[in-house]
Write a protein that binds this ligand. Structure first.
Ligand code: ADP
Ligand code: MG
Length: 259
């Protein structure tokens, strides 16, 4: 696999819902091992784009390539097995499980074990491997000291970090994060940004994120694609994007609408 081949490529993708065009002839590509942002005012089509990439929706037209192969229309579960993983805002953690057990369950998801064997841990060597791997992942997120705590006892920021730890347990190639910093205080945001950077550098994965917190987006991403009205408005480095009058205008337009 050539390392300069984009890991993900959206080619002229359109998605309509009845008479409404949520995504309109959108094209962009994501470089392997990069942190790539997708921003734009409310209703621009960002979440729909994530849903198209991750297999929740099929494109009305256009193509999505993952590792050079056309994946348009493939189901979420198949894409997840191939390493394309999307996380959701209210991550589905097992609140009554310990922190460690949540990540262990995530490890078995990648191994393709049945749900019951994930819970009861019927295969001892596999189980020890999963536990070791789960503990390593917890360390990446500074959660190792909380491994045996019930998940329900964790504060919001830690729960969000754990959600990402669980996603990482499934050995992703690309993680799609939809608004990972929503509801976090500045300290939680700063720590989560560190985690995202660490995950990218230590695991050589690609991270794509939709986020409203501009400081976080600008601080994390190497490239940013800006959407407006379902289309690509522009793309560039954080500096290029923030100084682009069209981007400023698109966001100001939103402020006017809200007023
Ligand atoms: N399932 C759906 N059915 C109908 N309209 C939808 C659906 N999902 C999104 N839309 C519409 O598509 C547009 C883009 O939405 P969305 O992708 O959620 O934007 P963003 O995430 O950028 O705020 C909006 O006008 C939204 O109302
Ligand atoms: Mg959205």
């Amino acid at each position: 696999m050539l390392s300069d081949e984009p890991v993900l490529e959206v080619r002229n993708v359109t998605r309509k819902f009845g008479g409404l065009t949520a995504v309109n002839d959108l094209s962009f590509s994501v470089r392997r091992n990069s942190i790539h942002g997708l921003i734009g005012p409310n209703g621009a089509g960002k979440t729909t784009t994530f849903s198209l990439i991750s297999g929740y929706y099929k494109p009305t037209s256009g193509k999505i390539l993952y590792e050079g192969q056309d994946i348009s229309g493939l189901k979420t579960s198949r894409l997840a097995r191939r390493g394309l993983i999307r996380t959701f805002q209210g991550t589905t953690l097992f609140q009554e499980f310990s922190v460690l057990d949540n990540v262990r369950v995530g490890c078995h998801r990648s191994a393709g074990a049945s749900f019951i064997s994930r819970i009861v841990g019927s295969d001892a060597p596999v189980e020890r491997g999963a536990e070791r791997k789960a503990r390593e992942i917890l360390e990446l997120f500074d959660l190792e000291a909380l491994a045996d705590e019930p998940t329900s006892s964790l504060p919001h920021g830690h729960q969000r970090a754990l959600g990402m730890a669980v996603a990482l347990a499934a050995d992703p190639v690309v993680i799609l994060l939809d608004e990972p910093f929503t509801g976090m205080n500045p300290e939680e945001t700063r720590r989560m940004m560190d985690h995202v950077r660490r995950v990218r550098s230590e695991r050589a994965i690609t991270i794509m994120l939709v986020e409203h917190d501009m400081q976080a987006v600008m601080g994390l991403c190497e490239r940013i694609t800006v959407m407006n009205f379902g289309q690509r408005l522009t793309e560039g480095t954080p500096d290029e994007v923030c100084n682009d009058p069209r981007v400023i205008e698109a966001y100001l337009g939103q402020a006017d609408d809200a007023a």
